[in-house]
Design a binder for this molecule. Structure first.
Ligand SMILES: NC(=O)c1ccc[n+]([C@@H]2O[C@H](COP(=O)([O-])OP(=O)(O)OC[C@H]3O[C@@H](n4cnc5c(N)ncnc54)[C@H](OP(=O)(O)O)[C@@H]3O)[C@@H](O)[C@H]2O)c1
Length: 251
C-alpha cells in the first residue's frame, strides 16, 4: 500500500515537533503547510508548502489534487480562519482531520488574571489596570490597542508589527521564545511594566512571563481562546503521533 499522504497545518512548536516525530515513518508522507508569516520558520524534515490555499474551496481542491488522506490541524489555537477552512474542506472532500492544540494555561494561586473574550475587550480593560503595558499578542493583532490613550506599550513579538506604531508610546522588542523567568522579570522591571496582556497560548515557551508577573504582583489581561474547531482534539505531540499511526494501521 502506498504511504498515507498527510497534510500538517503548522506554524506552532507542536507542529514542528510532530513533523519531526513522523520523519522516516515508512507509511506516512507528510507535507507541512505554513501561511508564510514568519521570516525564518523552524526547519522541518518534510516538504514545506508556503502560503494560503485560497479559503475552504482552495483547500478542498488541494486535498483532492494532492491525494491527501489525513489532515492534522496543528495551527495556533487563535488561528481561527484556517481551522474553520480545514474543517469545511475536509468535510466536503471526506478527508479525516485531527486537531492538535496544546492545553491552555490555568490560573494558579497568586495570579491576578483579568480574563477577557478578545483583544478589543483587552484594550478596553487596560486603562483601569495600569499605565505601562507589556503586550504579547503577536505582531498582527495590535490594532485595538493603538487608540488607547495615555498608555505606554512594550510590544514583544517574533515578527515586526504589521501596524505603524507611534514610537513615543510603543517600544518594539523583537524576540522569539522560549523565555525564562529571570529574563522576563528583568524585562518587566527594566520597563516598569505594571500590566501584561497575553493570549492563552499554553505551552512552556511563553509561560515564564506569567510567573514573573505573579512574582511582581502584576495583573495579566488574559485573552480567552476562541471556540475550538469541531472534531477530534489531541493535546500532545505523542498523542497525535499515536492517533495518526492508528489511522494508518486502520486504512
Ligand atoms: N494567531 C496567532 O496568535 C498565532 C500565533 C502563533 C502562530 N500562528 C501561526 O501563524 C499562522 C497564521 O495564523 P493566523 O492567525 O494569521 O491564521 P488565520 O487567521 O487562521 O488564517 C488566515 C489565512 O492564512 C492562511 N493560513 C493560515 N495558517 C495557514 C497554514 N498553516 N497553512 C497555509 N495557510 C495558512 C489561510 O489562507 P487561505 O484562506 O488563503 O488558505 C487562512 O485563511 C498559522 O500557521 C498559525 O498556526 C498564529
Amino acid at each position: 500500500m502506498r504511504p498515507e499522504r498527510l497534510l500538517l497545518l503548522g506554524g506552532t512548536r507542536e507542529a514542528v515537533a510532530l513533523a519531526r516525530a513522523l520523519d522516516g515513518h515508512p507509511d506516512i508522507e507528510t507535507t507541512y503547510s505554513l501561511a508564510g508569516r514568519t521570516r525564518r520558520p523552524a526547519p522541518v524534515p518534510a516538504p514545506v508548502r508556503t502560503g494560503g490555499f485560497g479559503g475552504a474551496d482552495g483547500l478542498e481542491a488541494y486535498l483532492r489534487e494532492a491525494g491527501i488522506g489525513l489532515v492534522v490541524d496543528a495551527t495556533h489555537p487563535y488561528a481561527e480562519a484556517i481551522s474553520a477552512n480545514a474543517a469545511l474542506a475536509c468535510d466536503r472532500a471526506s478527508v479525516p482531520r485531527l486537531v492538535l492544540h496544546r492545553p491552555p494555561w490555568a490560573r494558579g494561586p497568586g495570579d491576578r488574571w483579568v480574563e477577557v473574550a478578545d483583544t478589543a475587550r483587552a484594550a478596553r480593560a487596560l486603562p483601569a489596570l495600569g499605565k505601562r503595558v507589556l503586550l504579547t499578542v503577536g505582531s498582527r493583532d495590535l490594532t485595538p490597542f493603538l487608540p488607547v490613550p495615555r498608555l505606554r506599550f512594550v510590544v514583544r513579538s517574533v515578527e515586526p508589527p504589521a501596524a505603524v506604531l507611534d514610537p513615543d508610546r510603543f517600544e518594539v522588542v523583537l524576540a522569539r521564545g522560549p523565555f525564562d523567568f529571570d529574563a522576563e522579570r528583568r524585562l518587566l522591571e527594566s520597563r516598569a511594566i505594571d500590566v501584561v496582556v497575553s493570549k492563552n497560548s499554553g505551552g512552556t515557551a511563553a509561560r515564564a512571563k506569567l510567573g514573573a508577573a505573579r512574582a511582581l504582583g502584576l495583573p495579566v489581561v488574559m485573552i480567552a481562546r476562541p471556540p475550538p474547531p469541531p472534531g477530534e482534539r489531541l493535546e500532545s505531540v505523542a498523542a497525535a503521533k499515536a492517533r495518526i499511526e492508528a489511522h494508518v494501521r486502520g486504512r
